[in-house]
Design a protein around this ligand. Structure first.
Ligand code: AMP
Length: 644
C-alpha cells in the first residue's frame, strides 16, 4: 500500500509524518531535520526551499518568501493582509480577482504556488525517506481558516502533486495525536501558540470520537509578534544610542529579525543573552555595531501582554463550550512558542494545573494528521477516527423587518440541521417572501454579514400572519450551508446553497464577536425600538381590520374608543419613527391600551358570534396576541424591507 502522509504546513515550519504498523513517525528531511522551515527563495539561477532558503534570508531579503500562510486564500483588501504587506520584504499586489499575487523571481504568483514549493520539498523528502512515491496527504490548517483559505491550501497540495485526502484543523489533529493511547472520555483544551497564530479549541474525546465543543483564536498572535516586539525594542535602543533608525534598512531588519528569534529561543533556557550584530549599519563616521544584553526578566516584561492576550481567546472558547475551567482535564500545549517558560507559567496559573507536555509541541499536529491519513487510506492498524467540528459564527435570517433570527448558534457541532415552521407574512396577500441568510452575532440583521438571498413566491392570497413557512438550515461537515424555505400550504419549496464561511476569516470573526459585545447595549435599545414599532403596527392593523370586517356588529361607543386609541397609537408611532428616539414608554403604553381595548371588543364579538371563522386565533381570522410580546417564534418576513 502506497504511503499517505500527514503534513502540518506551518507559518514558520512544516512537519510531515506517516504511520508505520499503527505507530506515527516524523520524517527527517534531506538536511537531517524534523522541521522544515516554510521558506522559499529564488537566487540567481534556482529556487531553494527549507533551511537553505532560511539561511540566505539576510543576503536576499526581497526574494526570500516566508509567512506565506498569512496570505494564502485571502483577499488583498483584508486589513490583516494590508498590515502584512507593510511588514513583509517581498512585493505583494492585488490580483485580477481581488486576491494576492507575489513577485516571485520575474513572475507574479499566487501564495499557494509558493506554499506548493514547500509541499513539493516535503513530498520529495518523504519519498527519499520512505523509498517509495508519496501521492496522497492530509494537510492541517488553523481551525479558523475559512473556505477560501482551505481551498487555497488544498490547491497548494495539488500543485505539489499531492492528492489532498482531507484538510483538518490543527487543534483537532493535536487532539487526535494526544488521544491515541488514552482510555475513557476526557474534556481537553488545545492551546496552540505557533509562529503566526494562536488557536484554542475545547474538545471532548473518547473512543476515537473527537468532538470540538468550541474554538477561538487570534490570527495575528504568534512567535512573529514576540519577535517584532523585541525588534522594535532593539531599534529603539539603537536609535537612543546612535541616533540611527534601522527601520529604513531592509538588510539590518532581517538581521535583527533573526537575532530576535534567536534571543527569544535562548531565553527559554537561559537567564540572559547577548545580541551581537557587528557592522549592522554605517554612517559618515564609519561602521556601527549592535550590542545588547537582554535578561529573561526584561524580555518577559516586553512580551507579557502578548501572552495575556491569549487568555481572551481561551476564556471565549471555555464560555462557548458551556463548561467551567475546572472541568478541563488536560491542557495540551502545541506550537513552538509553548516552549517559552513564561507561557507555561501563565497557563498553569490560569488553569490551576500543570499543562500537559506529553506531546512534542512542534510535531503533534503532523502526527495527528498522519493518523487521520492512515485511517482514510484504510490502514486497519489505526483505530477509526470520527471528527465532529463546530461552526464559528451564528447563522440565521432576517425577520420582522430588521431582526436577526438565529437558527444555528455559533459553536454548534457540524454537521447540523435545524427547521422552524412558524414563519409567516407581513402584509395581506403577500405574494412572496424574501429569505435573507445572515451570519454574525448582532441582534440586528443589518449589522451581520449577508451570505445570500432568495425568494419563495407563488404564495396564495391570504391575510397577513396566516400562511406558514418552514425554513431549514442544513450545514454539512465541510461548512457548506443549504437553506430551504417551504410554503406549508402549497408545499412549494425554494432553496440555495451557500458556502457559509467563504468570505470570513478569523480577523472578521473576531471583529463580529467583539462588535457584538461592544454594541450589546445599543443593539438591545434598537431591538426594543424595532419590536415596539412592529407591535404597534400589528395591533393597529388588527384593530382596523376588525372594525372594517365587523362594521355592524361593533357598538358605536366601542368603535369610537378603538378609533381614538388607534389614532393615539399612530401619533406615538410617528413620534418614535421620526425622532429615532429610544424613548418608547408612550408608544408601548398606547399599544397596550389599544390591545386591551381590542381584546375587550374581540371577546364581546366572539360571545355574540356564531360564526366559527370569526374566532380569534383560528388561523384564518385575526390572530390576537396573548401578551405584550408577539409569540416566539411567530416571525414575520417583511418583503418590503427585505428588498431594500
Ligand atoms: P510553530 O509555528 O509551531 O513551528 O512555532 C514556531 C514559533 O515557535 C516560532 O516563532 C519560534 O521562534 C518559536 N519557538 C520555537 N522554539 C522555541 C523556544 N524554545 N522558545 C521560544 N520560542 C520558540
Amino acid at each position: 500500500m502506497a504511503k499517505v502522509v500527514g503534513i502540518d504546513l506551518g507559518t514558520t515550519n512544516s512537519v510531515v509524518a506517516f504511520v508505520q504498523a499503527g505507530k506515527p513517525e516524523v520524517i527527517t528531511s534531506k538536511e537531517g531535520s524534523r522541521l522544515v522551515p516554510s521558506v522559499v527563495a529564488v537566487d540567481v539561477q534556482s529556487e531553494i526551499v527549507g533551511i537553505t532558503a532560511k539561511n540566505q534570508m539576510v543576503t536576499n531579503p526581497e526574494q526570500t518568501f516566508y509567512s506565506i500562510k498569512r496570505l494564502i486564500g485571502r483577499r488583498f483588501d483584508d486589513a490583516a493582509v494590508q498590515k502584512d504587506v507593510g511588514l513583509l520584504p517581498f512585493e505583494i499586489r492585488k490580483s485580477a480577482k481581488d486576491g494576492i499575487e507575489i513577485k516571485f523571481g520575474d513572475q507574479w504568483v499566487a501564495p499557494e504556488v509558493i506554499s506548493a514549493k514547500v509541499l513539493a520539498k516535503i513530498k520529495a523528502d518523504a519519498e527519499a525517506y520512505l523509498g517509495e512515491p508519496v501521492n496522497q496527504a492530509v494537510i492541517t490548517v488553523p481551525a479558523y481558516f475559512d473556505d477560501a483559505q482551505r481551498q487555497a491550501t488544498k490547491n497548494a497540495g495539488q500543485i505539489a502533486g499531492l492528492e489532498v485526502l482531507r484538510i483538518i484543523n490543527e487543534p483537532t489533529a493535536a487532539a487526535i495525536a494526544y488521544g491515541l493511547d488514552k482510555q475513557g472520555d476526557q474534556t481537553i483544551i488545545v492551546y496552540d501558540l505557533g509562529g503566526g497564530t494562536f488557536d484554542v479549541s475545547v474538545l471532548e474525546i473518547g473512543d476515537g470520537v473527537y468532538e470540538v465543543k468550541s474554538t477561538s483564536g487570534d490570527t495575528h498572535l504568534g512567535g512573529d509578534d514576540f519577535d517584532q516586539v523585541l525588534i522594535d525594542h532593539m531599534i529603539a535602543e539603537f536609535k537612543k544610542d546612535q541616533g540611527i533608525d534601522l527601520k529604513e534598512d531592509p538588510a539590518a531588519l532581517q538581521r535583527l529579525k533573526e537575532a530576535a528569534e534567536k534571543a527569544k529561543i535562548t531565553l527559554s533556557s537561559a537567564e540572559s543573552t547577548e545580541v551581537n550584530l557587528p557592522y549592522i549599519t554605517a554612517d559618515a563616521k564609519g561602521p556601527k555595531h549592535f550590542r545588547m544584553t537582554l535578561s529573561k526578566a526584561d524580555y518577559e516584561k516586553l512580551v507579557m501582554n502578548l501572552i495575556e492576550r491569549t487568555f481572551d481567546s481561551v476564556n471565549k472558547a471555555i464560555t462557548d463550550a458551556g463548561i467551567s475551567k475546572s472541568e478541563i482535564q488536560e491542557v495540551i500545549m502545541v506550537g513552538g512558542m509553548t516552549r517559552m517558560p513564561l507561557v507555561l507559567k501563565k497557563v498553569e496559573e490560569f488553569f490551576g494545573k500543570k499543562p500537559n507536555l506529553s506531546v512534542n509541541p512542534d510535531e503533534v499536529v503532523a502526527v495527528g494528521a498522519s493518523l487521520q491519513a492512515a485511517v482514510l487510506a484504510g490502514d486497519s492498524s489505526v483505530q477509526d477516527i470520527t471528527l465532529l467540528d463546530v461552526t464559528p459564527l451564528s447563522l440565521g435570517l432576517e425577520v420582522n423587518a430588521g431582526e436577526m433570527h438565529v437558527l444555528i448558534p455559533r459553536n454548534t457541532t457540524i454537521p447540523t440541521e435545524k427547521t422552524e415552521d412558524m414563519f409567516t407574512t407581513a402584509v395581506d396577500n403577500q405574494p412572496a417572501i424574501d429569505v435573507k441568510v445572515l451570519q454574525g452575532e448582532r441582534p440586528l440583521a443589518r449589522d451581520n454579514k449577508v451570505l445570500g438571498n432568495f425568494r419563495l413566491d407563488g404564495i396564495d392570497p391570504a391575510p397577513r400572519n396566516t400562511p406558514r413557512f418552514a425554513i431549514t438550515f442544513k450545514l454539512d461537515a465541510n461548512g457548506i450551508l443549504n437553506v430551504k424555505a417551504k410554503d406549508l400550504k402549497s408545499q412549494k419549496e425554494q432553496q440555495i446553497t451557500i458556502t457559509a464561511s467563504t468570505q470570513l476569516d478569523q480577523a472578521e470573526i473576531d471583529k463580529f464577536v467583539k462588535e457584538a459585545a461592544e454594541n450589546a447595549q445599543k443593539d438591545q435599545l434598537e431591538l426594543a425600538r424595532l419590536k415596539a414599532i412592529n407591535e404597534a403596527e400589528t395591533v393597529i392593523y388588527q384593530t382596523e381590520k376588525l372594525l372594517s370586517e365587523n362594521k355592524d356588529k361593533v357598538k358605536e361607543e366601542d368603535k369610537m374608543k378603538l378609533e381614538e386609541s388607534v389614532e393615539k397609537t399612530k401619533t406615538e408611532l410617528k413620534t418614535v419613527k421620526d425622532s429615532n428616539s429610544a424613548e418608547l414608554a408612550n408608544l408601548e403604553n398606547a399599544t397596550k391600551e389599544l390591545m386591551e381595548a381590542l381584546q375587550g371588543v374581540d371577546a364581546t364579538l366572539y360571545q355574540s358570534n356564531s360564526q366559527p371563522e370569526a374566532q380569534p386565533n383560528d388561523g384564518s381570522g385575526v390572530p390576537t396576541p396573548t401578551n405584550d410580546e408577539p409569540a416566539e417564534p411567530s416571525e414575520v418576513i417583511d418583503p418590503e424591507k427585505d428588498n431594500n
